[in-house]
Design a protein around this ligand. Sequence first.
Ligand SMILES: *Cc1c(COP(=O)(O)O)cnc(C)c1O
Length: 479
Amino acid sequence: MDLIFEKSRPGRQGCAIPAGDVPAVNPREVIPPSLLRDELPLPEVAEVDLIRHYTALSRRNFGVDVGFYPLGSCTMKYNPKINEDVAKFPGFTGLHPYAPVAFSQGSLQLMYELRQYLSEIFGMADFTLQPAAGAHGELTGIMIFKKYFEKTGEKRTKILIPDAAHGTNPASGALCGYRTLTVRSNADGGVDIDHLASLMSDDTAGLMLTNPNTLGLFERNIEKVSDIIHNKGGLLYGDGANANAFLGKVRPGDLGFDVIQLNLHKTFSTPHGCGGPGSGPVGVGKKLVDFLTIPRVIKTDEGFAWSSEYPDAIGRVRTFFGNFNVMVKAYAYIRTLGPAGLKRAAEIAVLNANYIKARLQPYYDLSFDRPCMHECVFSGTRQVRESGVHTSDIAKRLLDYGYHPPTIYFPLIAPEAIMIEPNETESIEILDAFCDAMIQIASEARETPKVVKSAPLTTPVKRLDEVKAAREPNVCWKG
Ligand SMILES: *Cc1c(COP(=O)(O)O)cnc(C)c1O
């Protein structure tokens, strides 16, 4: 495919600019020579060339509107378009953050009600919507831990994190000055209870737990875990990034979590691949409400207003009020699905993952053989052993079958991990077609391993030399 610069023809243009009605000025007479460029080699193309060029480029890409994306909510699930439509209402997009409250009642009401919905769904006393992402929510949550112990006058310097945790967990603990201690997983893929009990002490702030964890497994001993932490005066933090596994089924607040962060962009409908806008609300139990961020939307007799009259608050963690647009999408998602719909979404997300697990189990080793939640984690160890085909080869071969590969090599505790998260939006036909491709690849790995190891063979860019790509990056690739 040609670069747009190669399509350029001198004098060709995509739009007609009206003749100037002011005297022409020679740039050399008004712009200092050091700032003046002799030549600005912009492509000169007609509108139709431009449209065809970028449409052709977009067709070389893969998106969730094009096909199945087993990276799941964690990276890119299909999101109902109505949520985008609502977020585009000019009343929302045209509102200036400094607009007086009298002109922004609708937006304030939306934030107020979203906090209430989230509190009800997750069993927490209140939420802040300010954090701009999951990791930012973690940081906010651990700042609340810190403030709480400052208030109780306790000196706690350590924080516990399971070895299956997302890398952002230890980072958040460390940013707040805690030393992180790693808790081992047991043979079941859950927290090793004895190890946890041996690490929990009076100078430990608590535990950051992801449930379901990054292996897609629900922590069976959650009540025991909660007791171990609370009996030593600690707090239990929940990383709720993947809440679509349990919406409407179980509430973290009822399980003993004192603080949780959500990823609205994962669970509640915002496309966010490539680091796009996020929102990581943080919910807390009753005893921590005073420490939440300010300002907060309050309801008064005259309508909704902002208040910062919370002397124990940790302060602000974000300019203005957070990523408001993401909140609108979450609000629309919750309102369109309703309580029964949210619960159904969780049920289907879990059913879909278990369906894939059951169909692929004869062909790939499972990391932990028990019912999973929203995602199932296989291990490519059998393929490595039998034919030297690695998980990265299997992932690249999936491209030839028209699928975006799933998450691979995470979580780190599963060797050659293949983590598949199908989500609630995919039908049984899609799941079956994907499983057929995975099964076909398993047989290719045995019979024609060379093919799998040289994949992808049908994509615009073939297999990259990863070492060369890292050592000598050539960002002007053309082919
Ligand atoms: C995605 C994720 C995070 C981080 O969320 P960001 O919005 O990317 O900062 C943290 N924990 C878990 C379990 C996650 O899946």
